[in-house]
Design a protein around this ligand. Structure first.
Ligand SMILES: Cc1cc2nc3c(=O)[nH]c(=O)nc-3n(C[C@H](O)[C@H](O)[C@H](O)COP(=O)(O)O)c2cc1C
Length: 208
């Protein structure tokens, strides 16, 4: 039995959002294929996610060092640590997120800020950063209205790249990505593009 964390970074309705369609399709099919797994849904828009700040940085540092904190530092460190501990405890993590303004929604950026803690998710060495979370499996589910598949567009895509590079920094090498793209750029093919993407999600949910 695995513990699987589903992280959702879009609170639009399923009718409006391709990301949410991807999320729901993958989740339902994963659950059907793995009925004994523990599935935890984390809807980032339902969470209090304070921005990384001086008080949070100091709180995380002081808690890690066993130092005394202020009430505010402790409260902020507790929020970040609750999220990183949940992430570390999961055997598998599924992220669902749109491309918004070339990057991820701010809630996902903040959540990933919490996951970046030296000594927990990675460590610094003379050879560079070394990840500490090997062995975890990650699925990235993303939708983007434009077509970023051509080389000249790839530098403008800072959502999948951003999340994937963070997973790499944590030492997670088993990362699968499903992207639905171009459904806004090619309106005449929109329905078929989305349909094909959802079929890929069904197939991937059975392998994950
Ligand atoms: C606020 C906002 C910003 C967006 N920015 C981009 C963008 O930078 N590039 C792009 O190709 N599509 C962009 N889109 C379109 C989305 O990528 C597209 O709707 C996709 O399906 C993901 O969003 P959804 O899950 O809400 O449908 C944007 C959409 C919104 C609502």
């Amino acid at each position: 039995m695995s513990t699987v964390l589903f992280v959702k970074a879009n609170n639009r309705s399923q009718e409006e959002s391709v990301t949410v369609k991807l999320y729901s399709t993958f989740l339902a099919n994963y659950k059907a294929a793995n009925p004994s797994d523990e599935v935890i849904e984390l809807d980032l828009y339902n969470e209090q996610l304070p921005y990384m700040s001086a008080a949070m940085i100091n709180g995380i540092f002081k808690v890690a060092q066993g130092m005394e904190t202020t009430a505010e530092e402790q409260q902020l460190a507790d929020i970040a640590n609750r999220h990183i501990d949940q992430f570390i405890a999961a055997d598998k993590v599924v992220f669902a997120f749109p491309l918004w303004n070339m990057t991820v929604p701010a809630v996902l950026h903040t959540y990933i800020d919490y996951l970046n803690q030296a000594g927990k998710s990675f460590k610094y060495t003379a050879q560079g950063v070394v990840g500490l979370l090997e062995g975890k499996q990650v699925m990235l589910l993303n939708a983007r209205g434009g077509d970023y598949s051509q080389a000249h567009m790839q530098a403008y895509e800072m959502a999948v790249n951003y999340v994937a590079r963070n997973m790499q920094q944590f030492g997670i090498t088993d990362v699968t990505t499903i992207v639905i793209e171009g459904h806004n750029q090619y309106p005449d093919q929109s329905a078929a593009i989305v349909e094909r993407g959802l079929e890929s999600a069904v197939a991937a949910s059975k392998q994950f």
